[in-house]
Design a binder for this molecule. Structure first.
Ligand code: SAH
Length: 381
């Protein structure tokens, strides 16, 4: 920051981009692979620590302002349920939230695809697999009326490197490394991934190729940016698709999600219907239930009609409340009634268990300025 020299972050670069400056330095081509391994797999702190490289080359890299590009973990909140909410800050001081959600109890025999050994050796742990919820933008421009992130407005897009760096920072902090450790990614953090499409897709490719997380283990959720749903269907390597539906008719959806005035339900569901699914794949629709607003039996019946002809599943999320949000959480039995109507119609419908509600880590609660109640401070690390 204080020097005037140019600055390159290795996290975020593809093989060809690294190969270019390896060549420029007059080093043999295989150095590019050594750098990739050191950065994405071993997660070294600095170029200086890439022990497979000659000392001189390491010093040259440092001298040229080449860094790994690690973001700073500015804060870390641990929930009663094991969820960890990270506040991750980038070079310009902007920050996003990234959430770690362990699942299972560690007692799973395994499905043969993993040996149970982690990068740490086979230490005991109390989870079988974990999901990382990843942010794609600082803030969000979409303005969904029930979402806390919307209150921030949009600050900026994340670069591909920053998206990958979030994942790597959490993996490093949790001392895990895929594919040995079973890690899923959901691009459901702060921001609208399809409004930062190119950076998001580059991050996906880097995560698949170099970090070792396969694309069927990833899901991206969009509020409904219809042209990008079409583009996404054409990608050779892509995560699974989730669409935030959240309402059963246009009048209601336009009220809850103003972007529905641009891409209404007809356009959105046409894109979903056209979406080229892989064998056995389904589109996930998310539906945030708001008390006495969109949670009635009549709404459930409308949803059944909307999803006709689409290989879909529905994730029902009872509203996670927050300051400044003018909606309430429905009673449990209304959620169950809603679910029953969908299931009766043959649509797989699941009630998503909120994770880390006590630390504002749950869906729609990622807002970096949220104040943690005093009781939570003892859990801040
Ligand atoms: N912008 C993308 C990615 C964020 S995903 C999208 O909208 O799909 C975040 C999910 O949380 C979305 O499905 C959204 O509908 C849901 N959500 C937002 N606010 C919520 C809240 N207060 N309680 C529960 N779910 C919420």
């Amino acid at each position: 920051m204080v020097t005037g020299r140019s600055h390159t972050s290795l996290l975020g670069l593809e093989h060809d981009e690294i190969a270019a400056f390896v060549e420029q330095a007059g080093e043999p081509a295989y150095r590019a692979q050594q750098i990739l391994d050191a950065v994405y797999r071993q997660k070294v702190e600095s170029a200086e620590q890439i022990s497979t490289l000659p000392q001189q080359f390491r010093q040259d890299l440092e001298g040229q302002g080449v860094s790994v590009g690690w973001p700073r973990i500015e804060n870390k909140f641990v929930s009663e349920d094991g969820t960890v909410r990270y506040l991750i800050a980038f070079a310009d001081g902007q920050s996003v939230e990234t959430v770690w959600m362990p699942e299972g109890d560690g007692g799973e025999a395994g499905d043969g695809s993993e040996a149970g050994d982690s990068a740490e050796g086979n230490r005991a742990r109390n989870w079988d697999r974990a999901t990382i919820c990843v942010s794609s933008q600082v803030g969000c421009a979409v303005d969904c009326q029930f979402c806390l992130t919307a209150l921030l407005g949009i600050e900026r897009n994340l670069t591909a490197g920053e998206i990958v760096a979030q994942v790597c920072a959490v993996l490093k902090d949790q001392k895990v490394s895929p594919p040995e450790d079973r890690i899923n990614l959901v691009f459901m953090g702060m921001g609208e991934p399809f409004l930062n499409y190119d950076n998001f897709m580059k991050a996906v490719r880097l995560l698949v190729k170099y970090v070792g997380i396969a694309e069927p283990r990833m899901t991206v959720s969009t509020a409904g940016i219809v042209p990008r749903i079409h583009d996404f269907g054409l990608e050779p390597t892509r995560p699974k698709l989730a669409i935030s539906l959240n309402a059963s008719n246009d009048e209601l959806r336009s009220r809850l999600m103003p972007l529905n005035r641009k891409w209404n339900l007809e356009k959105l569901l046409a894109a979903a219907r056209d979406f080229p699914l892989r064998p056995r794949e389904r589109i996930t629709f998310e539906y945030v239930l708001l008390r006495e607003v969109n949670d009635g039996a009549e709404h459930a019946t409308e949803v059944v009609e909307l999803l006709r002809g689409i290989r879909a599943k529905l994730n029902l999320i009872a509203l996670n409340p927050g300051p400044g949000i003018g909606f309430a959480t429905p009673a449990d039995e209304r959620v169950l009634t809603f679910q029953k109507i969908l299931r009766k119609a043959g649509i797989p419908a699941f009630v998503r268990r909120p994770r880390g509600r006590d630390i504002y880590a749950a869906c729609g609660q990622l807002k970096r300025t949220v104040e943690i109640q005093p009781a939570m401070e003892s859990q801040m690390l």
